[in-house]
Design a protein around this ligand. Structure first.
Ligand code: PEP
Ligand code: MN
Length: 338
């Protein structure tokens, strides 16, 4: 961390900063210039906070120079991390497409969805049993019964299951049904207690980007999970909220190369919640794979117009099949397989 002090700074004020650094176990390197005095903190600055210093007299600003996210950073781990999901690899050369309905509705719907996911060539399945809905009067998900339906449907095709965890009280049920990948939704990206609990589990986690979260906030959230010992984290870009109202969210394609540079962990994209319209899903999916995403999380419903949730953005089984063919070609063009 460096602490910048103004032109009029006194020796006493510099002394106070130095004392504060020393009491945190660090040393100070003081550099006196004509315009400014700059104090460099030497040692482990992870426990320092900028506002420990900005509130002191004479201090103009304080900033970290080392990255706050350590475990998830590319600096700490040069090679790409490949997350193992029930024997399937995500983050390696092979791209993984996770498909399935927004929400678990009925056993029949899930059985059909599993069949179509498998027939399209996807190796993992999604489906929400606990749904974060904007309105408390909207369908909230089938809950534990939904996990049961999901597990039964997916087992027939040996598809690992991806489903959203909204609350720590649901963890026991997730373990009982042996959920393969825990999804943390956009609305919970900064639910730090939830992240800490997930960090204690030995399960892969898909961490969706908060709808207005910066890259660094997102990385810090991943660090919460990693700090608990669970390093099986997959970032999922799902569109951010901007001034634009013509579509649900703006897919931040730029986030893909940025994250790839900053972290060794896999990055996937959810084109369905980004565009919010089924007709946009193919274009956004293609852009994501071309930009280096390790996979996709796509909504597909056996009969989209009957979907209980996010009907507008669900692909039909035929559209998913077609998309997989196109994605195969793009994957090949960027030196990967599907
Ligand atoms: C979902 O994937 O079903 C979902 C609710 O997504 P998000 O958290 O990105 O809105
Ligand atoms: Mn949805």
């Amino acid at each position: 961390m460096i602490i910048v002090m103004g032109r009029e700074v006194t020796d006493g004020q510099v002394g106070t900063v130095v004392k504060k650094l020393e009491s945190a176990g660090l040393k100070a390197n003081i550099s006196r210039g004509i315009e400014r005095t700059v104090i460099g903190a030497i040692g482990d600055e992870s426990r320092l906070d900028a506002d420990m210093f900005t509130s002191l007299p004479g201090v103009e600003s304080a900033m970290h120079i080392a990255k706050q996210y350590k475990i998830v950073s590319r600096e700490s781990h040069k090679e790409n991390t490949i997350v193992d999901i029930a024997g399937l690899k995500l983050g390696g050369n092979q791209i993984q497409i996770i498909a399935g309905p927004c929400s678990v509705e009925t056993q029949e719907q899930m059985d059909l969805a599993a069949q179509f996911t498998h027939e399209a060539g996807c190796r993992l399945m999604r489906g929400g049993a606990f749904k974060p809905r904007t309105s408390p009067y909207a369908f909230q998900g089938k809950g534990v019964e939904g996990l049961d339906m999901f597990r039964k449907a997916a087992s027939r095709y040996k598809l690992p299951i991806v489903t959203e965890l909204m609350d720590v009280r649901q963890i026991d049920a997730f373990l009982e049904y042996d959920v393969d990948v825990i999804q943390i939704g956009t609305r919970n990206m900064q639910n730090f207690d939830l992240l800490k609990e997930v960090g204690r589990l030995n399960k892969p986690v898909i961490l969706k980007r908060g709808m207005s979260a910066t890259i660094s906030e997102w990385l810090m959230s991943a660090e919460y999970i990693a700090a608990g010992g669970n390093h099986n984290i997959i970032f999922c870009e799902r569109g951010i909220r901007t001034f634009e109202t013509a579509y649900r969210n703006v897919l931040d394609v730029t986030a893909i190369p940025m994250l790839k540079k900053e972290t060794h962990l896999p990055v996937i994209v959810d084109p369905s919640h980004a565009g919010g319209k089924a007709w946009m899903v193919a274009a956004l999916s293609q852009a994501a794979i071309a930009a280096g995403a390790d996979g996709l999380l796509v909504e597909m419903h056996p009969s989209p117009c009957d979907a209980w949730c996010d009907a507008d953005q669900a692909l039909t089984p035929e559209e998913l099949k077609k998309l997989m063919v196109t994605l195969g070609a793009i994957a090949g063009a960027v030196g990967r397989t599907l």
